[in-house]
Design a protein around this ligand. Structure first.
Ligand SMILES: CC(=O)N[C@H]1[C@@H](OP(=O)(O)OP(=O)(O)OC[C@H]2O[C@@H](n3ccc(=O)[nH]c3=O)[C@H](O)[C@@H]2O)O[C@H](CO)[C@@H](O)[C@@H]1O
Ligand SMILES: C=C(OP(=O)(O)O)C(=O)O
Length: 424
């Protein structure tokens, strides 16, 4: 176990080149399972979750070759295994995305219930119901999702109760090999889903409505493996952009899509930051103390829940009182008790948090309980007086490539060290 030792007080200034998105690449890796042959992905981030997903694909029979510089080759054999065991699947939520491809290709699948961040209850009802509507016999038994479709899946109309990212992805992947037309209504439309749909289209899938809340997939397609560049990680870009605002610095994000962060950049501008955006980069600069802003997390294009903790850190040092409403995950305010150790004044009531900004936070030991909680605590530590120790850094390693290198490159005083106080 390791922790970060942060000496607060330095502004983040400089440039960061953003790699491909964790929340896209993991699903693109699952999509590769749909076609025998060689898939090549570019801009793959060097993060723990990619390694975990790679281990899972290898267990299913694929060979993976990371070639450096963000290139990852995945060789998928003619026959793949249909079972994904608990020991691999529990390490990341995105592992559930192999369910759709395995069922579509092998006509059966047995996938252990996934793990992931401790951010509240994370149901799978929409994945299961959608696949059942497509003709699968599917249920949850002894900690596994077990599914069979001996004659293959068929197209149908699926109306999601909620635009779930994971359910949209699983059903989209499965539908490419299903007979007939599948309509996914109330689909999620995050940029990562657009990225997956674009790779599937290049593989030969016929998908209408990409980027809208109604996806129409005409199957079955004769899919061929392809080469694909992963969409830039808007959560990583957003984290360092908010970091610039929290610390009163100026950060330019290269290989970053401002248009995927419209609401976030608008909120930063309302907080007093200046934002300059080009087609594949943007700069966020904050002079003076940030002003309080309210945020409400929602499915895309609303404010992303994955940047909520960082905005709470910003609110903690802003002038005025901010209200943050979390609509996606019931446990996503768990980190505020850790933020309080740094002196933040946050009161939560159900899915609302009220944050009264303080001029100063003070460094202390804190524990990251999930990836974005860790990022929020890290940003708070950068602006706190004195030293902050952030335990649980492995959560950040799930999705932030070269974390300490990036921070040091931006002028932060941060070191990584063994965590002699770690539990377990
Ligand atoms: C690996 C990955 O891409 N993770 C992202 C993905 O997670 P994930 O795909 O798990 O998120 P979902 O959009 O599915 O979940 C949103 C909400 O719907 C609920 N739900 C979902 C499916 C279902 O069948 N039943 C159900 O009740 C969940 O419990 C949650 O409360 O989207 C989230 C929402 O943008 C992001 O925070 C995560 O970073
Ligand atoms: C919640 C997240 O990840 P996961 O869905 O992989 O747990 C996240 O990236 O913020």
């Amino acid at each position: 176990m390791e922790r970060l030792r942060i000496q607060g007080g330095n502004r983040l200034t400089g440039e960061v080149s953003v790699a491909g998105a964790k929340n896209s690449v993991l699903k693109l890796m699952a999509a590769a399972l749909l076609a025998q042959g060689r898939t090549v992905l570019y801009d793959v981030p060097d993060i723990l979750d990619v390694r975990f997903m790679g281990d899972l694909l290898e267990r299913l029979g694929c060979s993976l070759t990371p070639e450096g510089g963000g290139k990852l080759t995945i060789d998928v054999p003619e026959t793949i295994h249909h079972e994904a065991d608990y020991d691999l699947v529990r390490r990341l939520r995105a592992s559930i995305t192999v369910l759709g491809p395995l069922l579509a290709r092998c006509h059966r699948a047995k996938v252990a219930l996934p793990g992931g961040d401790s951010i509240g209850s994370r149901g799978l009802g929409m994945h299961v119901t959608g696949l059942a509507q497509m003709g699968a016999e599917i249920g949850i038994e002894h900690g596994f999702v077990v599914a069979e479709a001996p004659y293959g899946l068929h197209g149908t109309t699926i109306l999601l109760d909620f635009p779930s990212v994971g359910a949209t992805e699983n059903l989209l992947l499965a539908a490419t090999l299903a007979r007939g037309t599948t309509l996914i209504d109330n689909a999620a439309r995050e940029p990562e889903i657009v990225d997956i749909a674009e790779m599937l289209t290049r593989m030969g899938a016929k998908i209408g409505g990409i980027g809208t809340s109604t996806l129409e997939i005409e199957g079955p397609a004769d899919l061929q493996s392809v080469e694909h560049r992963v969409v830039p990680d808007r959560m990583v870009a957003g984290t360092w952009a908010i970091g610039a605002a929290v610390t009163g610095g100026a950060v330019t994000l290269r290989n970053a899509r401002a248009d995927h962060l419209d609401v976030v950049l608008d909120k930063l501008a309302r907080a007093g930051a200046s934002v300059e955006a080009g087609p594949d980069h943007f700069t966020v600069r904050m002079d003076g103390r940030p002003q309080a802003v309210n945020i409400v997390t929602l499915p895309y294009p609303g404010f992303p829940t994955d940047l909520q903790a960082m905005m709470v850190a910003l609110a903690a040092v802003s002038e005025g009182t901010s209200m943050v409403t979390e609509n996606l995950f019931d446990g996503r305010f768990r980190f505020v008790q850790e933020l309080a150790r740094l002196g933040a004044d946050v009161r939560t009531d159900g899915h609302h948090a009220v944050i009264r900004g303080r001029r100063m936070l003070s460094g202390a030991p804190v524990e990251a309980t999930d990836i974005r909680a860790g990022a929020g605590l890290l940003l708070a530590g950068l602006v706190a007086d004195g030293e902050t120790l952030v335990s649980g850094v492995h959560h950040l390693d799930r999705g932030y490539p070269n974390l300490v290198g990036v921070l040091q490159g931006l002028g932060a005083q941060v070191l990584r060290e063994p965590d002699d106080m770690a539990v377990g």
